[in-house]
Design a protein around this ligand. Structure first.
Ligand SMILES: Cc1ncc(COP(=O)(O)O)c(C=O)c1O
Length: 316
């Protein structure tokens, strides 16, 4: 296990956007100084796993769940870093504390790294750990949150689980980018991809939920098991609402009473149109609104928060 470096008092450069702080190759850096070798296989082959957790009002939300997913992903990809969970936790806290951000988007990454002799054997590479905290961002902007997102269900196939395990968070996003361009051509805000059986899978950075006759459902195949998705499953259980992880046919999504998408980047985000057709009344649904409110209320719940200790802050 490596020793963590001491914190240095370098400030965020106010001229940089987004402002933020990174941890890379054993040191904390202003975000604009965190640069990767072009020989890193994370860059050359998208050979990496990562996670994104957020900080809201000065506290991480469900950090333990994000860490667990990240460490499992590394193990599935035969990667290892010289830090244990407690040390990664400390690094993430420090990035946020040094950035001073009260609401942050915190990404942590393990790339395959570089090989001493540029060997093509992944076992020769020295895996690299990177983390950074930047301002909180959302899949949906303010206007889209108010009117509901407009989705396009594209015929782009999400990379099948037999090729790339979607439960290991990854950067294999060319299918997502293809979906986005197809969606923009159709005047939509963002895309939904389909799975190998033609059912709904997920979109660029989010899981999707349909509500029909009071029953909530979300795809289970060809998706990342999102932490926000899990929060909705937990909320449904608390509310006594049936919630099923199951196949959703494209027609069933389009004829749902309500549809919403979920992501760490934005939380619960309503959908009001799919392929140009209104969902339900075409307004943001009542259950979607309730889920959004409950989701943000949960951020004050001690079961899920880990408070960041900012330099100079006094104990509350
Ligand atoms: C492909 C994909 N699906 C789903 C999600 C939502 O996951 P989470 O709720 O853990 O942010 C993400 C998040 O970035 C994602 O990249």
């Amino acid at each position: 296990m490596h020793k963590l470096p001491k914190l240095t008092a370098r400030h965020v450069d106010p001229r940089t956007y987004p402002p933020g702080v990174a941890y890379m190759d054993g040191q904390y850096l202003p975000i604009q100084e965190a640069k990767l070798s072009v020989l890193d296989y994370g860059f050359l082959h998208s050979d990496a796993t990562y996670d994104v957790v957020h900080v809201w009002n000065g506290a991480f939300f469900r950090l333990g769940d994000h860490l667990e997913r990240f460490f499992r992903g590394m193990s599935e990809l035969h990667m290892s870093i010289p830090y244990d969970t407690a040390q990664v936790t400390e690094i993430l806290h420090n990035c946020v504390a040094l950035s001073g951000l009260e609401n942050a988007y915190v990404e942590f990454i393990c790339t395959r790294g570089t090989s001493p002799e540029f060997s093509r054997d992944p076992r020769d590479a020295e895996n690299r750990f990177i983390a950074f905290a930047i301002p909180f961002g959302s899949v949906a902007n303010k206007e889209q949150m108010e009117r509901g997102l407009h989705l396009a269900v594209t015929d782009v196939l999400r990379i099948p689980p037999s090729s790339v395990d979607p439960t290991v968070k990854n950067y294999h996003w060319l299918d997502m980018v293809k979906g986005l361009y197809a969606a923009y051509e159709r005047g939509a805000d963002t895309a939904v991809l389909i799975d190998v059986n033609g059912n709904v899978s997920e979109g660029p950075g989010f899981n999707i939920f349909a509500v029909k006759d009071g029953v909530v459902s979300t795809p289970n195949l060809s998706v990342l098991l999102g932490i926000t998705r899990q929060t909705i499953v937990d909320l449904c259980a608390e509310m006594g609402l049936p919630c099923h992880a199951q196949d959703i046919a494209v027609e069933d999504l389009k004829s749902a009473d309500e549809v919403f998408v979920t992501s760490t980047a934005g939380g619960v985000m309503p959908v009001s149109k799919i392929d140009g057709q209104p969902i339900g009344s075409g307004e943001v649904g009542l259950l979607s609104e309730r889920m959004m409110a409950l989701y943000w209320q949960l951020h004050a719940d001690d079961r899920y928060r880990s408070v960041v200790s900012y330099p100079g802050a006094t104990d509350q």
